[in-house]
Write a protein that binds this ligand. Structure first.
Ligand code: ADP
Length: 746
């Protein structure tokens, strides 16, 4: 076979060999195949370009000259696209998303130069210019891929990405060198295609491999072995130098033989310690301070065995590991919810970690990897591991935001308790297999401590719950005690409230009978006696009505007769009976905004009664010369609020929830007087209960705000009444409204 034919066959074979690489990619690699589109395209186009290079190198001796022309254009124009695709593959491999733009730019540039070449075929000068444009294009994309790759590699936050970047940069050498040679020379078919094919194979292998050996560590091992070899060689050379004079002395054979034997024994004896010493020095210089895994595991177990608090555990665990591996960040992710999506709480151990929770779907590949396989993974694996890269984007992002490098499961009897997450290695290199094995052992040891901390945490929570329950019970007990007292008081109040007017009535009827019997009853007497009798009967009727109203409220049988009215009319009726009391006690009354409230629909009588009760209290619990204000305002389109505030004695916070209960009255029963407007002249303890019942029956709410009870300072109280413009059925049950009020107080 002629030499030229053989070359053509070899070159064509090299070109076509590029086509095997995409097959490898498609069949060896499961998962997101579309990730490899730029690489597959690169391999296929490299084959086409390689054929172009091979044919162009042969000249028109073997093939038609048209084909050689086309092949030559392929040789010069396709590298632009190939270089642009390299930018695109670089973006993909370093997980950047702007890869399509570069591919498209390369295609455009290539198509334009190829088209121009076809058009300017007959014009050699024009064709040369087009070739130059193609060369410039190639130069632009080549520089771009080198600069961008170097930048991404230097800036990569995690060592695995940096390591991948170093490989990528190394492989760019043969790839770009091959393309550059083809661009400047059309005769170097093999020289062009061999490095290019090797480079493309390297890139394909990188894409297929999850882990690429740590280059720095490899170089360090080589250097360390070289130093050891040289040091050992020097030692033996020294031995030879020492025994050499014995051979020259000419004192017979036995002297050099004995001397050589002695030197050999000495060398044999010191070889091992010498080797170890040099090894230790070299390792110290190249790898830094070493550590003994057995000691670390023992110490670690001892230290974390005493920790019972989760937060403290995270600090101790990460702190201990950081002493060995010089990491700067780390945390414990502890499982807080296992039903449905699994929730992991992030407990910071070291470094600033802002995220507080991570949620993983029950079928998340990440969760399965940690639980089923019980294996660690790297942040880098989320992009490159064939199973983990299937995890949802949000889960990956949540983990990415932690800014960690390695995730180690903490399992107890195949149940995932948590995950130990650690930031990048202190030396800025990927974690080595020995370090990972050590970390996996430490993570496993953490399981017992984590279980203890869980149990302790649960116990503490239970304790807090019991304390809270005790507190609630105590509050309920206090409340019941006060209500019970109120009921006992009621007997005295009721008997007093009813007996006082009854005694009055009884007294006057006796007087009436006596005067009538001795015929001395004058019309003046009759008028005086009946007036007093009427007052007593009215008071009696008022107390009985209040008791009936209260019982109606109790069974929610209070009748509301809605009719159109105005708030000012209601207020006028409510204030009316108390005008005299206001004057007598020198208490000023300032109404505000009442007339601004639009007409309302309500039970006029009931609402007046409710406001009357609140206003009478304001008078009763405000010292002479005080102030009472009634302020009305719209809250929204359908609701208005009335605030009745006084400058009185105020109400203690613990009494505020109770004053709306029936028969509840604050303070000493003996201070009680028969419902007049005297200062602190309490009634039967029904006024506010009735007011609340009426207001809630209108669909409103009432609550009180007061700093507390102080007769000296008189902080005052403000009763808030919120009502709808059109009275409806109560918005909520009484219980609910009580809860609301309790919330407000909080
Ligand atoms: P009473 O008929 O005793 O006034 P209420 O139900 O009207 O009963 O009021 C219950 C308790 O609430 C009163 O005993 C009083 O201690 C307290 N109270 C009501 N309004 C005021 C107020 N404006 N200032 C201070 N305390 C008040």
């Amino acid at each position: 076979m002629p030499h030229r034919d053989l070359r053509l066959i070899i070159q064509a074979a090299l070109a076509l060999a590029h086509l095997f690489l995409p097959l490898l990619l498609l069949f060896r690699r499961r998962g997101r195949r579309r990730d490899y589109v730029p690489l597959v395209l690169y391999c296929v186009l490299s084959a086409v370009w390689g054929l172009g290079v091979a044919l162009a190198a042969q000249g028109s001796n073997q093939v038609s000259w048209q084909l050689v022309y086309i092949a030559d254009y392929v040789r010069t124009d396709l590298p632009v696209l190939l270089a642009a695709l390299l930018v695109s593959i670089g973006c993909k491999s370093l997980d950047r998303r702007d890869h399509w733009a570069w591919g498209t730019a390369g295609i455009t540039w290539s198509v334009v130069t190829f088209g121009s070449h076809l058009l300017t075929r007959s014009d050699a000068a024009a064709a040369r210019s087009v070739t130059m444009i193609a060369q410039v294009g190639w130069l632009v994309f080549s520089c771009l891929v080198i600069i961008l790759s170097a930048r991404w590699t230097l800036r990569a936050p995690l060592a695995f990405y940096r390591n991948r970047g170093i490989y990528w940069l190394g492989l760019l050498g043969p790839l770009l060198a091959g393309q550059a040679l083809a661009l400047v020379q059309d005769r170097w078919g093999e020289i062009v295609l061999v490095p290019h094919f090797l480079g493309t194979t390297g890139v394909t292998i990188c894409a297929l491999a999850n882990y690429l050996p740590n280059i720095k560590s490899f170089l360090r091992s080589v250097a360390s072995n070289m130093v050891l070899a040289v040091a050992t060689a020097l030692l033996y050379a020294l031995g030879l130098v020492i025994i050499q004079p014995l051979f020259w002395m000419g004192a017979g054979l036995h002297v050099p033989v004995i001397g050589a034997t002695v030197v050999a024994i000495v060398l044999g004896l010191i070889h091992h310690p010498f080797h170890r010493l040099i090894g230790r020095i070299v390792n110290r210089l190249l790898w830094g301070k070493g550590y003994d895994p057995a000691w670390i595991v023992r110490d670690y177990g001892r230290i974390i065995g005493n920790v019972l608090d989760l937060e403290q555990l995270a600090t101790v665990v990460v702190g201990t590991i950081s002493e060995v591996l010089e990491i700067q960040r780390g945390a414990l992710l502890v499982i807080t919810k296992t039903e449905g999506p699994v929730t992991l709480r992030v407990i910071e151990g070291m470094g600033q970690i802002t995220r507080r929770e991570i949620t993983l779907a029950p079928a998340s590949p990440i969760l399965l990897h940690l639980t089923m396989r019980g294996e660690h993974f790297f942040q880098y694996d989320l992009d490159y591991h064939r199973d983990l890269q299937e995890a949802s984007y949000s889960e990956k992002e949540e983990l990415r935001s932690l800014d960690m490098e390695i995730y180690l499961p903490i399992l107890a009897r195949e149940r995932l308790l948590g995950v130990l997450v650690l930031g990048p290695h202190g030396k800025g290199e990927p974690y080595g297999s020995q370090e990972v094995a050590l970390l996996a052992t430490l993570a496993q040891q953490t399981a017992v401590a984590l279980q203890n901390a869980y149990l302790f945490g649960n116990l503490r929570a239970l304790n807090a719950e019991i304390t809270q329950l005790n507190e609630d019970l105590r509050t309920a007990y206090e409340r019941l005690k006060k209500l019970d007292q109120a009921k006992t008081d009621f007997l005295s109040i009721a008997s007093h409230e009813l007996r006082t007017p009854l005694t009055v009535i009884q007294g006057y009827t006796d007087v009436l009978t006596e005067i009538a019997a001795d015929h001395s009853l004058t019309p003046e007497h009759a008028i005086g006696i009946t007036t007093n009798l009427k007052a007593g009967v009215e008071r009696l009727a008022a107390v009985v009505t209040a008791i009936i109203d209260a019982s109606e409220i109790e069974v929610k049988a209070i009748d509301i007769h809605r009719a159109s009215t105005t708030l000012s009319a209601v207020m006028a009726t409510a204030v009316g009976p108390w005008r005299e009391a206001f004057e007598k006690r020198h208490i000023s009354l300032t109404p505000q905004g009442i007339d601004d409230i639009p007409p309302i629909e309500a039970d006029f009588q009931r609402l007046s009664q409710a406001f009357g009760n609140i206003i009478s209290n304001a008078i009763k619990y405000t010292p002479d010369g005080g102030q009472v204000s009634i302020e009305a305002s719209m809250v929204d389109q359908e609701h208005f609020e009335v605030v009745i505030a006084d400058t009185g004695v105020g109400i203690a916070p613990e009494d505020q929830p109770l004053i709306f209960e029936k028969f509840y009255r604050v303070g000493d029963l003996l201070l009680h007087s028969t419902g007049d407007a005297k200062f602190k002249g309490a009634g039967p303890g029904l006024g506010l209960h009735i007011a609340q019942g009426v207001i809630e029956a209108h669909g409103g709410r009432i609550w009180v705000e007061s700093e507390g009870y102080d007769e000296e300072r008189c902080p005052g109280s403000a009763f808030h009444v919120l009502l709808p413009l059109r009275a409806g059925s109560p918005v909520s049950e009484r219980r609910q409204s009580d809860e609301d009020k309790a919330d407000q107080r909080e």
